[in-house]
Design a protein around this ligand. Structure first.
Ligand code: BMA
Length: 834
């Protein structure tokens, strides 16, 4: 097999629908790439992420585009197909509705049509290659026009947004989301290759990897070959960890199974449980000692189970790896850039490092995005990040009619096979909020008896997983209640399976997180704006000036364009009011909303962890952003961690101390998610904000590995004389946690409770803060000091007398004056004067 990636030399032009002639010329194009990034590079359109540009690009929705290049056999070292050979033109991904043409002079031949971004396409082009250059054209028809025609033809189906994203197999959030721009890209978003082969090639390789109870590994390789010569003898040879297995493929057969039994292979564990050993698994296809094709992946040995059994509460949802139940500390993942082809392996690696850095052990690839790149899953394998993969249905009813049924089947099959080698992948899930939508969002009336697409979740996907990859568990949807015989349970019932908690954020205060004990909360979250630098670099006021200089930045049109949630700013303010109040000044509001986001989300995480093993997972909505926006993300589009990231890191740390009040009794939960027992002394003190002691108690703390211990506080600790001036402080080892009896707005907080010392260090500064009185959530918003600055911690609460040194790294030597005051150094206290 000779495989050549098509070289540069592509162009793009509008061929229809450009009503005002905005893209009149032929422009250089990148493959992989898209129209938006090409036209941006050519200076035809402005950066869609900047200011109000997104809205000004709607003219692109109805346009048809043509991508062209020349297949020159001389450049491609391919020549013409010899007798007995085949040359295939392979598109790994086309976005989306395309007709592919090859032309010799005036002779134009249609190779085929495509209508699914989530799969690849292969065309036999042997008869078109005669040694002379040939023109390749890919005509991309407007995704909007296609989807609207399908919507008309089949009748509308309910969904959360007006755009008809459910009538085309294209990334749902291409059409905008409540955190994403509506740009509707078109392009060749993955590699295009020519593959020249003879006799046979590997058409499909599925490695099914399991480990038995005593630790022996098995690799079952299910192989399918495509033959040109049905009688040729074919040999398959697999190798792994020094072992080999060989099998002959019967003449005219196209399937074979190879087994490699490996005694005591190194075992792959999720991060926090052990190492992530990976080994190279190789497979060659040969005939008469001549190698025809080769396949190679790095794989790992581990087992996965999903426990959804009935119990006294309802139905569990617990992931077990190598027999060990795991508390999932998860984040939901969306595409890391709306322009997918800019998401380099390096960018993915950085983002996943940030996930691991926040003590996350699972990433959920959400169904409104894509099946991610091979780089993504490989990076998860290497880091021990478990992956939960949604099939790509999100928040809407989907047609079951042709061609959607066939396309969804093809994309599911292709991706289940593609992802099979990755030890990180531990769950396939049938879609996001479809089951829930049908029951709760008035879909039934709109559906008039039609299905919402239930057959995908209940029949097609589980059948495909069972057939192609029975080593991985499947769940019907998120949220869902595992189906038990004779039982009808609401899909979002917290006692059963997975649960999404969106009442908080949309309607009620975050204190309500603790009113329920879900078995597994796979979505919950709270918004906050991006880092100040990201916001002000990307969003200027509609009159062109700095955002913060306008009279009312929160009502500015550009600021609102970068806030996609329904009544998002209203919800932010209503979320702030009972806790921190709503500051007047924009800079204070920005800090307060970031702070409230961090507090709200970690308030939920603390609660979910306290209830382990009844609650077996918490997946925060959301880790990342796809453009500069106010959203639920912990890390903004530019990669700046928001205060939530630091707070989440602490809340997800292997060990944590959580205050909880249940049935009027205050307790301290000691959470030990580590393999070693936790022995220590829990020191509790009730004290004044200025540190004056009121009551003390010391208790022995002994917490078994992977368990939670509850220690109830005696009355003289938990009952304040004056809740507005008193707190309870818990200390174990070097950990300190503070409980307040009232919200900040009612707490007699000092507005300037800390002394600060800034000292220059080799690579930046050491900023030491010492509290004279309770100082809440001390944070250095270092993006506001320098573009290259980082800080090692944030969201630190110090009781009076406490001290903390923050390490700031930067190349700038003139930040002394900036680091000890707002807008860089902030506390929750300073909002009391805002
Ligand atoms: C859930 C998610 C996303 C959405 C988020 C925030 O519905 O599945 O669709 O972005 O809530 O509203």
């Amino acid at each position: 097999m000779l495989s050549v990636v098509l070289p540069a030399g592509w162009t793009v032009r509008a061929i229809a629908g450009d009503r005002e002639g905005r893209a009149p010329a032929i422009y250089p194009a990148q493959v992989p790439g898209c129209v938006h990034t090409d036209l941006m590079a050519a200076g035809v359109i402005p950066d869609p992420y900047l200011d109000g540009n997104e809205a000004a690009l709607e003219w692109m929705y109805p346009v048809d585009w043509r991508y062209s290049t020349t297949l020159d056999p001389a450049d491609l070292e391919l020549g013409a197909a010899a007798p007995g050979e085949q040359v295939d033109l392979v598109f790994d991904g086309i976005d989306t509705i395309a007709t592919v043409w090859l032309s010799h002079g005036a002779n134009r031949a249609e190779l085929g049509r495509t209508r699914n971004m989530h799969r690849s396409y292969r065309f036999d082009v042997s008869r078109h290659l005669n040694g002379n250059p040939v023109a390749l054209e890919v005509d991309l028809h407007s995704a909007t026009a296609y989807a609207e025609v399908e919507q008309q033809r089949l009748g509308d189906l309910p969904g959360p947004f007006p755009a008809p994203y459910n009538f085309i197999r294209k990334m749902a959030c291409s059409f905008g989301w409540d955190w994403g721009p509506d740009l509707r890209t078109a392009g060749l978003w993955k590699q295009v290759r020519l593959e020249r082969w003879s006799v046979a090639r590997l058409a499909r390789v599925i490695p099914l990897i399991t480990v038995d109870k005593v630790g022996n590994g098995r690799v079952e390789l299910r192989i399918e070959v495509e033959r040109l010569d049905s009688s040729a003898p074919l040999m398959l040879t697999a190798g792994l960890l020094g072992q080999q297995a060989v099998i002959e493929v019967e003449p005219s057969a196209s399937n074979a199974t190879l087994i490699l039994d490996i005694t005591n292979p190194p075992i792959w564990w999720p991060v926090g449980y052990g190492e992530q050993p990976l080994s190279d698994l190789s497979l060659t296809l040969s005939s008469d000692d001549q190698e025809l094709d080769r396949w190679q992946r790095s794989v790992g040995f581990r087992n996965v189970e999903l426990d959804t059994s009935r119990d006294e509460v309802g139905s569990a949802f617990t992931i077990l790896i190598n027999g060990r139940p795991i508390f999932v500390k998860g984040v939901n993942w969306i595409p890391d850039d709306h322009f997918l082809t800019r998401i380099t392996a390096e960018r993915v690696g950085r983002r996943l490092d940030q996930a691991v850095g926040a003590n996350v052990n699972l990433i959920r690839v959400w169904g409104g995005g894509i099946f991610e790149s091979d780089d993504f899953y490989q990076a998860c394998d290497e880091r021990g990040l478990l992956v939960w993969q949604d099939f790509l249905l999100a928040c809407a009813a989907y047609p079951e009619e042709s061609p959607f049924w066939e396309e969804i089947e093809r994309e599911a099959r292709e991706n289940v096979v593609r992802l099979a080698p990755h030890p990180s992948l531990v769950l396939f899930n049938g879609g996001n909020e479809n089951l829930w939508g049908e029951v709760d969002w008035n879909w039934r009336a709109a559906l008039h008896g039609r299905s919402w697409g239930a057959k995908y979740a209940f029949e097609l996907f589980p059948k495909i997983v069972a057939e192609l990859d029975p080593t991985r568990p499947y769940s019907d949807n998120s949220p869902y209640s595992p189906r038990q015989s004779g039982q009808v349970v609401h899909p979002n019932n917290p006692d059963h399976g997975t649960h999404h908690q969106w009442e908080v954020w949309n309607r009620i205060d975050y204190n309500a997180y603790r009113d329920e004990i879900p078995r597994f909360c796979s979505e919950f979250g709270f918004q906050g704006p991006p880092a100040w630098r990201t916001l002000t670099d990307w969003v200027h006021s509609v009159d062109g000036g700095p955002l913060e200089a306008t009279r009312d930045p929160k009502s500015d049109g550009n600021f609102l364009l970068h806030q996609k949630a329904e009544d998002g700013n209203g919800k932010l303010d209503r979320g702030l009011a009972p806790h921190l109040g709503v500051p007047e000044k924009f800079a204070d509001w920005h800090w307060a909303t970031q702070l409230n986001q961090a507090r709200a989300v970690t308030y939920a995480i603390d609660h979910y962890r306290r209830w382990w093993p009844r609650t077996a997972g918490a997946i925060v909505w959301q880790l990342n952003d796809c453009w500069p926006v106010t959203s639920w993300a912990a890390i903004d589009f530019e990669g700046w961690p928001k205060p939530l990231w630091y707070a989440m890191r602490r809340a997800f740390a292997p060990r944590n101390i959580v205050f909880t009040t249940e049935n009027g009794t205050m307790s301290v939960a000691l959470i030990n998610d580590a393999d070693e027992p936790w022995h220590g002394e829990l020191a509790l003190s009730r004290e004044q904000l200025d540190g004056s002691p009121l009551a003390n108690v010391v208790a022995e703390a002994s917490v078994k590995p992977r368990t939670v211990a509850l220690i109830s506080a005696p009355d003289d600790l938990s009952k304040p004389q004056d809740p507005t001036t008193e707190i309870v402080v818990a200390r174990v080892d070097d950990m300190t946690r503070v409980h307040t009896f009232v919200e900040d707005i009612d707490l007699a907080l000092e507005t300037t409770p800390i002394d600060t010392e800034v000292v220059r260090t080799e690579d930046g500064y050491a900023v030491t803060t010492t509290a004279r009185s309770l100082a809440r959530d001390i944070s250095l918003l270092v993006d506001q000091a320098a573009a290259d600055a980082t800080v090692d911690d944030a969201m630190i609460t110090l009781p009076a007398g406490g001290s903390k040194t923050f390490r700031v790294r930067t190349s700038h030597a003139d930040l002394e004056q900036a680091l000890d005051k707002p807008p860089v150094l902030r506390t929750a206290n300073d909002l009391r004067r805002a």
